[in-house]
Design a protein around this ligand. Structure first.
Ligand code: ZN
Length: 144
């Protein structure tokens, strides 16, 4: 669930790191060093983060609606003004740049290429995105 939440927060344009299988102390140290707010479903880690003076949000431990929880996080942390939807790669957190289709000949399916003048390309992993039905669905989910 938290991996999905990380992707949603990136879609909203937030610089979002996702730590898996890391020691609690390493996670807290990275949050401190990188000036990050922790979001965890681990109550012990959440309390430890608070003890360190870090910002921390406790996520539900079971299944939850990731979009609703992302909205709650944005509202709780008063981040509405910081949202920059579709500026970060949901896969890797890299910044996206707008590229004209002439620079992407042969990199996307001809049907997609013909129907879109501009694409968003991740500077880190090279993933190419375009405003398709999935983006329209995501925009509907962005009720903030
Ligand atoms: Zn990427």
């Amino acid at each position: 669930m938290l991996g999905h939440l990380a992707r949603v927060l990136r879609m909203l344009g937030f610089d979002t790191a996702y730590y898996r299988d890391e020691e609690d102390m390493h996670i807290l140290a990275r949050c401190l060093r990188e000036r990050r707010i922790l979001i965890t479903s681990d109550r012990g880690l959440h309390l430890l983060a608070k003890g360190w003076g870090l910002g921390s949000v406790l996520a539900p431990s079971g299944r939850f609606n990731v979009w609703e929880f992302a909205e709650e996080v944005v509202r709780t942390l008063k981040l509405e003004g910081c949202m920059k939807p579709f500026t970060r790669c949901p896969k890797c957190n890299g910044r996206m740049v707008k590229i004209h289709r002439d620079e992407l000949v042969g990199f996307v399916h001809p049907y997609v290429w013909n129907n879109h003048e501009y694409f968003a390309v991740c500077e880190e992993c090279g993933q190419i995105y375009w405003e398709g039905s999935h983006v329209r669905r995501i925009r509907r989910n962005l009720r903030l």
